[in-house]
Ligand binder design. Sequence first.
Ligand code: GTP
Ligand code: MG
Length: 272
Amino acid sequence: MIVDKLDAQESAVSMKIIVVIPTYNEADNLPPLTEALWALGLPGLEILVVDDNSPDGTGQVADQLAERWPGRFHVIHRPGRGGLGTAYITGFKRALELGAHYIVQMDADFSHSPAYIPRFLEAIRDADVVVGSRYVPQGKLDERWGTGRLLLSRWGNFYAKLILGIKVQDATAGFKLWRRETLLGIQLDRIRSSGYIFQVEMTYVVEKLGYRILEIPIYFEDRRVGQSKMTLGVKLEAAWRTWEVWWRHRHLTPAARAPAPPLPAHAQVKDG
Ligand SMILES: Nc1nc2c(ncn2[C@@H]2O[C@H](COP(=O)(O)OP(=O)(O)OP(=O)(O)O)[C@@H](O)[C@H]2O)c(=O)[nH]1
Ligand SMILES: [Mg+2]
């Protein structure tokens, strides 16, 4: 394939990389995160924020950034809180329409450090999706976390892996780099989770469809500012929804991949 022939530097120049960021009350995080992403110096990089009418005015902050960076910073406004899963699906679909070759999936709260993105772009040359992993050697959860929180996170991951037979070490990871073809092949309308279980559903579907997944160790830092939306209720819901995910996709095989249509004309890359 054409993209495989390009070396990392060339990819960075000619490839459109869209970073999809769902936001709910991230007004303080969004401007510094945007700066950190531009500071990577990747010319083809664009940002797409999916905001759910955040009460703290994140939507307006995003609009100001879009005005400041026309054509490079995009915003989707949704009328109310619709969940992380549907926010990502909406964002992924728009990123594909915009002609992204690669799509970064990341949170707004700096738990996912932009500094890993160049490494992900290197790694994706041998993979269909790159996963920023907390549970491979050298991967790590925030050092300030207490034992209880660490264990709960570990347990959630173990539970999902056990029920679904997922081989990826970090089944609940939310920091990823997708190839355009992988997202098209998954057929995003197949994904039904609206909340946090979305991460697990995507991982399961990707494995069932036989895509090459590469895990890169990351240090997962606690959110810098803002409030956590993770509650016990959210975690319990994720536990039973794991069974729903299994039931929905248990018969998937690589034959169920959707064909990837060619890129929109404006986003074609010349063979070099
Ligand atoms: N658009 C949208 N974004 C959301 C929604 N829920 C969470 N997010 C965003 O999704 C990302 C991950 O959510 P977080 O609240 O950080 O979840 P977490 O990382 O598991 O937990 P904490 O960091 O401890 O809060 C952040 O950028 C949130 O702002 C939602 O319903 N809609
Ligand atoms: Mg977070």
